[in-house]
Design a protein around this ligand. Sequence first.
Ligand code: ZN
Length: 485
Amino acid sequence: MKIYVTATLRNFFGRNPLIELEGKSIRGILSLLTDEYPDGKKVLFEDNGKLRSFVQIYVGDENRTDEGEWDKELPADAELMLLPAVAGGAPQESIIPDERRKAVFFDDAEVERFGRQLMLRDIGVKGQKRIKASRVVVAGAGALGSPVIQYLAAAGVGTIKAVDFDEVRLENLQSQVLHTSRDLKRPKVASAKDKIRNLNKNINFEAENLKLEADNIVSVIDGYDLVIDCTDNFKARYLISDACVLCGIPLVFGAIYQFEGQVGIFNLNGGPCFRCQFPEPPEAGLVPSCSEGGAISPLPGIIGSIQANEALKLIIGIGEHLDGKLLTVDSLYLRSKILKVKKRCDCPVCGSNAQITKVEDYDYEDFCGLKAKEEEVPIPALTPEELAKRIESGDPITIVDVREPHERAILRFPDAVVIPIGQLARRKNELDPELDTVFICKEGKRSILAINTLREAGYAGPMYSLQGGIDAMKDIIFPHEGAWL
Ligand SMILES: [Zn+2]
């Protein structure tokens, strides 16, 4: 049977998150466990043999802390969890070594600037020195990166490295509060650097105008204390998580979509990694990305602020944090939940039999389904101009809109048949194989997936994808009033 030990108790059980022991009941398992880990016995039990009240025992989802449950026979595949009460647990350790903290000094201005933090018992001078000594990489200077970079700089993180390859666009300003109208077309990291210089000149701000790839990520993050994932695509997420595991750097993960967000801490002291939670990405194009699906303006502020807060707690070494947990926040209904993330023994990067030992050797494009397979027939495409011409000349073509309903509400494509991507295979008989069919989506990625889906389903009629999607088309075909709602 497996016993899952939560992070706060792990130091007393040889730092093992998952311990496997032969035992048939909770009592039997606890006896074997404490025989093997005498330190753990002192933490779990009082001298008179009673289980300490801050520890809860779970089997699966059920609380079995009550001793009346301890002699019942358990199925062989049951997993037992030792969960300390929220207010309990061992004190956290800072990820910043003491010798680096001791080398830090403050001038008078810094003492004044950070006064509100210095007066907090849990931070104080020691904590503030750890913050100044820390070196943090923020991957992405967009929606999540905006609050993360600003709060880390305001709190006094000594070295911040921001990595992004994008330029500021008008549509970014709705949520990327680090950038303003004056920054349009500038690299996001350059804009970030200016803002941070205004906020605190003493910060060592490293701006890397760079796309993270397998051959550069290790040199970008190596030697830093913490990486904060503020990216918006699966390739970057897996690449960052794997590189953090291989370099031994903890990762604060954050993600947003429409009204919902997630935050988690991965790879801390051998804890689970992003792949343990999500072993595979969804098929490319199946889930609209944040840029296609959108997000409400304050959402990245909420999620990014929690990421920055988790980062500071790791740096200072205080509180309970999201190590091996995933916080989900639904801002529309104001619900939040903390879910446990289990370390997978068979995880290809952090498991006992890891196959990924170098990011350079791993094909992230292929893993995330971004590569055209060699044997695949290329997808014929129409440029926006070509499609406009065919519509104008009254060519008998079928246009199929595969976007989600909320996307169509912004812009309806005239005379398009609407078939959501998930229903295409089932509704293929609605298409006329004698006619050319043109598939359209927002950016031209899901329309390719649509054609592949129909090919697999055996549809043989001629199919085209609209290159660049409706985004590329809208200036050409929709100058008339009323197209935009
Ligand atoms: Zn893992």
